[in-house]
Ligand binder design. Structure first.
Ligand code: GUN
Length: 293
């Protein structure tokens, strides 16, 4: 029988731990952690992500500030706001919600953020530091995955870990963390992608599979061995008549057929997704404590 990795319970537990730490900080005379969020335009996805971030801040006892710009804001104005937030001592960390309108360079904006306030962990300094094991902000999804492995005490040392997907925000960083010295880490990592040959054979040899390619129900039962640990990062919205919203989230793993072969598996929703939300809160607390410098 497989064990379900409960991202909902773990993220609620971490939220509680953060809120308790914040109250202790405030009681000892320190200021509340403060996250600022810049949103440009009115993209539906971005609006709901940002609303989630503001709510998470309230739950954790943080102050949050939402800064809004219309779609036609110039890159110059946005960069000026970033500069202001870099210098604002009351703001511990901030993010610029992506995607940005086409006339604005996302990499230019990301690189303009002071890496010590880059709680998204997207700045190249943080990415580089992470890859060589220095103090840094780790981006949300890889951080959430590592936290799940840690909380469930899943052994990783010497294990064959297969990462499917090579994106800059999930595949590459999680592969780098899984091969790093220490726990969770010390794994033998293989990264597979759209040009990989023998993907099935590679997966059949895996003790841990991290599926992050964004293709609903890609990983099937005949591609995994008994006892495998599955981390499903997929969150594709598919139309559905079963839900009020009119869509349903589907993972990259065919859950019903794969789960019986697993030792541990994350559900979608209720797995990695909720952990990514809490990772931003963890980074904001680190920023407020000046633990990344
Ligand atoms: N858009 C979707 N996810 C994210 C995220 O984690 N951070 C930012 N800045 N934009 C996003």
């Amino acid at each position: 029988m497989y064990q379900l990795i409960d991202g909902k319970a773990i993220s609620a537990q971490i939220k509680k731990e953060i809120a308790e730490e914040v109250e202790a900080m405030v009681a000892s005379g320190k200021k509340r952690p403060h996250l600022a969020v810049i949103i440009v335009g009115h993209d539906g996805g971005s609006e709901s992500y940002v609303a989630g971030k503001v709510k998470d801040c309230a739950d954790c006892g943080f102050i949050s500030t939402l800064i809004r710009f219309e779609d036609d804001v110039t890159e110059e104005t946005l960069l000026a706001e970033v500069d202001k937030l870099n210098k604002n001592e009351d703001v511990d960390g901030f993010i610029v919600q992506l995607p940005l309108p086409k006339h604005i360079s996302e990499s230019k904006v990301t690189e303009a953020i002071d890496y010590r306030k880059d709680v998204d962990g997207f700045h190249p300094v943080n990415v580089g530091r992470m890859s060589i094991g220095l103090s840094c902000f780790i981006s949300a999804t890889p951080s959430g995955i590592m936290e799940l492995l840690r909380r469930y005490e899943i052994p990783t040392s010497g294990k064959n870990c297969v990462v499917i997907g090579r994106s800059n925000i999930v595949g590459k960083p999680v592969a780098s963390l899984m091969m790093q010295k220490g726990y969770p880490g010390d794994a033998t990592v293989t990264v597979c992608h759209s040009r990989t040959k023998n993907l099935k054979e590679i997966c059949l040899n895996a003790d841990i599979i991290i599926a992050a390619l964004g293709q609903p129900e890609f990983l099937k039962a005949d591609m995994v061995k008994d006892g495998v640990v599955i981390i499903d990062v997929g969150t594709t919205r598919v139309p559905s008549t079963e839900t009020k919203s009119g869509f349903k989230l589907k993972g990259d793993v065919a859950f019903n057929e794969v789960a019986p072969k697993c030792s541990y598996i994350t559900p979608v929703p209720g797995g990695v997704g909720l952990m990514t939300r809490i990772a931003l809160m963890k980074n904001t607390l680190l920023a407020a404590k000046h633990e990344i410098y």
